[in-house]
Ligand binder design. Structure first.
Ligand code: GTP
Length: 308
């Protein structure tokens, strides 16, 4: 199954940078060397089992934008699953950016009315504190420009975990059986007596599903009442884990080692991160010191066939 994803926005807004970070395991510092994208760069990324992301990175220079909206309009905007539109938060040309954005939304509505729309207010690291005020102002501006189309808006930066949060939400909309996966993870969490179980995609380390109800839910796993006295779980833990593991994988590749799995036994919790299927990794968090990591690894092995 192939899902088409458009990555659009003005030239220099950061599209190719985020693609390289998420899909190629490159560090943020390398993005400064990226040249402008000429016309359209198409990539196929095998994501989960049969799911292939057909990612269209569309160069944002005006002449290309004009061509997408005229001669190439049908080709670009038909059969789109998700359109991601990136705005540089510091742009001096918001008027022009919004004009192109409105034209793209109109074309999308005509050729792919069911496509999901994600708007990223990008390079948030450049904004001086308080960032949330700038974000709210931009968000409102974008909602007004979107008219009656439902849009999902995120503030992002390649220098922190916010990019992983946005992209995890994006891929979540593309995975057909996400709710079933969450259900299986809940059962698996119960079997391991785990506080939480998280499923990551192998290459991107984006969160696919969690044993809690949604990828952004900060709540504890249902049925883990005995954990109510521990500290509340950090709401950014999923995207922080994606970011940290990606950085760790990059360090491993620099010393020519392959990342395989991770085990941690700390004072108040145990964590095991291991391969679940060909395309996924699973992270199990347990707050019960009597449970051995070997038992958790055995459980992963036994559950594998269910998740393939
Ligand atoms: P076109 O290919 O011309 O459409 O541009 P693009 O949108 O692909 O931009 P690109 O990814 O090439 O990024 C342009 C510059 O922005 C690069 O120098 C990146 O290092 C920088 N950049 C990307 N993301 C961020 C970010 O989150 N914060 C900051 N400070 N800089 C960023």
């Amino acid at each position: 199954m192939k899902r088409k994803v458009l990555l659009m926005g003005a030239s220099g807004s950061g599209k190719t940078s985020m693609r390289s970070l998420i899909f190629s395991n490159n560090p943020a510092s390398l993005t400064e060397r990226l040249g402008a994208t000429i016309d359209v760069e198409q990539n196929h990324v095998r994501f989960l089992g049969d799911l292939i992301l057909n990612l269209w990175d569309l160069g944002g220079q005006d002449s290309f934008m004009d061509s997408y909206l005229t001669t190439q309009r049908t080709t670009i905007f038909q059969q789109v699953g998700v359109m991601i539109y990136v705005f540089d938060v510091e742009t001096r040309e918001m008027g022009k950016d919004l004009e192109y954005f409105r034209d793209c939304m109109a074309s999308l509505k005509q050729y792919s009315p069911d496509a999901a729309v994600f708007l990223l207010i990008h390079k948030m690291d450049l904004v001086r504190e308080p960032r949330h005020l700038t974000f709210q102002k931009k968000k409102q501006e974008l909602e007004e420009a979107s008219g009656d189309t439902k849009v999902n808006i995120f503030g992002t930066s390649i220098y922190d975990e916010s990019l992983y949060k946005a992209w995890s939400n994006i891929v979540h909309t593309l995975i057909p059986n996400a709710t079933i996966l969450s259900k299986h993870l809940n059962t698996f969490a119960g079997a391991c007596n785990a506080t939480e179980v998280i499923l990551f995609e192998r290459t991107t380390f984006l969160v696919i599903a969690t044993s809690a109800s949604s990828p952004s839910s900060p709540s504890l796993t249902p049925g883990s009442e005995d954990n109510t006295e521990t500290e509340p779980l950090n709401p950014k833990r999923y995207e922080r884990t994606s970011e940290l593991i990606k950085a760790f994988k990059h360090s491993c590749s620099r010393v020519r080692e392959e990342f395989r799995s991770l085990e941690m036994e700390l004072y108040d919790f145990t964590a095991v991160l291991d391969e679940m299927t060909r395309n996924t990794y699973v992270l199990i968090i347990v707050h019960d010191p009597t449970i051995e990591t070997a038992a958790l690894k055995l459980n992963i092995r036994l559950a594998r066939s269910k998740f393939e």
